[in-house]
Write a protein that binds this ligand. Structure first.
Ligand SMILES: O=C[C@H](O)COP(=O)(O)O
Length: 241
């Protein structure tokens, strides 16, 4: 099974880094439509040029909930598509925590992405306080139900082949990967509600931790933050996918 590996550069990068990164990926033999890179918007167009030869997909890390209008600073899903994005991440915990993206807003963004022809990747996950209090399934269930309910009146509903990234917030950027049994249990929980979904894991994924994650059948891929900034780390994760 070929797993999806999504790199998320977050607020990092430059044109120089982009060019060098793709030449390193190419030298490392990285290729294929299962390798995705979520970039800051200004680099999407150039990245498509570099990525095409490798067959790597390029996307964005967020999209506006609005399609157009007087919304200074916003970038619509249609605009992302226009500059070459193929997918977009929505509901990342950093968007939820820092920018106030509550469930309804996340669902609107997800919907905009579909209407624009982008593949949306919906992030869900609990904070450490929520897990410590035993609420992890309640929180993730609420985030999923928001999308399921939002799309209930749409043809097809919120259904396969959607892509969900389970990212326990306490594992993001902390060097602390979730226990394999906890990943497996949460992925089963998600798949019980969305049987056709591809469920990715995110949170301190590194080359040395990914091998064991890939031994879990329900891990359809990984969402990689910090380790995706190094072409060699990212290439090595892709090599194991
Ligand atoms: O989008 C990626 C996730 O937030 C994981 O980030 P991380 O690999 O740096 O923990």
């Amino acid at each position: 099974m070929s797993r999806i590996v999504i790199g998320n550069w977050k607020l990092h990068g430059s044109m120089a880094m982009l060019e060098e990164y793709f030449s390193l990926l190419s030298a490392a033999g990285v290729s294929g439509g299962n390798v995705w890179l979520g970039l800051p918007v200004p680099y999407i167009s150039a990245a498509r040029g570099f990525a095409e030869k490798l067959g790597v997909c390029i996307g964005a890390q967020d999209a506006s909930r609005y399609s157009e209008g007087a919304y200074t600073g916003e970038i619509s899903a249609d605009m992302l598509r226009d500059v070459g994005a193929q997918f977009v991440i929505v509901g990342h915990s950093e968007r939820r925590r820092v920018f106030g993206d509550v469930d309804d807003i996340v669902c609107e963004k997800y919907h905009r992405a579909i209407l624009a022809g982008l593949i949306p990747v919906l992030c869900v996950g609990e904070t450490l306080a929520e897990r410590d209090a035993g609420y992890e399934y309640e929180v993730v269930g609420r985030q999923l139900m928001a999308a399921i309910n939002y799309f209930s009146s749409e043809e097809g509903g919120f259904n396969a082949p959607c892509i969900i990234a389970y990212e326990p917030v306490w594992a993001i950027g902390t060097g602390r990967t979730a226990l394999l049994e906890d990943v497996e249990a949460m992925h089963s929980f998600i798949l019980d509600r969305l049987p056709g979904a591809k469920v990715l894991y995110g949170g301190s994924v590194k080359p040395d931790s990914v091998r064991s994650l890939f031994q879990i059948d329900s891990v359809a891929g990984v969402l990689v933050g910090g380790a995706s900034l190094s072409a060699s780390s990212f290439a090595s994760i892709c090599g194991m996918a």
